[in-house]
Design a protein around this ligand. Structure first.
Ligand SMILES: [Zn+2]
Length: 104
């Protein structure tokens, strides 16, 4: 625990690993929940990790050649929402060291 001084008043504040407590909530109360695409767990929207990926049915090697010749290759947008456990497991985010966590 660390001591924190505000206007002559000394308050004990609990240590926290991250300034945002791992969320983008701020002073807001409850946030809407979304379902994780990996495990199906319900997670707060501001805590979940969103990944947008564009996928095509065409093989990337053939696709590159076709694009050079001016062909249009359709692609689909794929949005996935992951809980923290799934995001770390799928390497969307990584566990960062104490000093690393400070950088935004
Ligand atoms: Zn999950």
């Amino acid at each position: 625990m660390s001591r924190f001084k505000t206007n002559e008043l000394e308050v004990d504040i609990l240590p926290q690993k991250r300034k945002s407590r791992g969320r983008a909530k701020g002073s807001a109360g409850r946030k809407a929940v979304v379902q994780c695409s990996g495990c199906g767990k319900m997670v707060p929207r501001d805590k979940a990790k969103r990944v947008t990926r564009y996928t095509t049915m065409v093989d990337p090697m053939i696709g590159r050649e076709l694009r050079q010749q001016g062909a249009y290759i359709p692609r689909t947008k794929e949005i996935k929402t992951y809980c923290i456990n799934c995001a770390v497991h799928r390497k969307v985010t990584r566990v960062r060291s104490k000093d690393d966590r400070k950088s935004r």
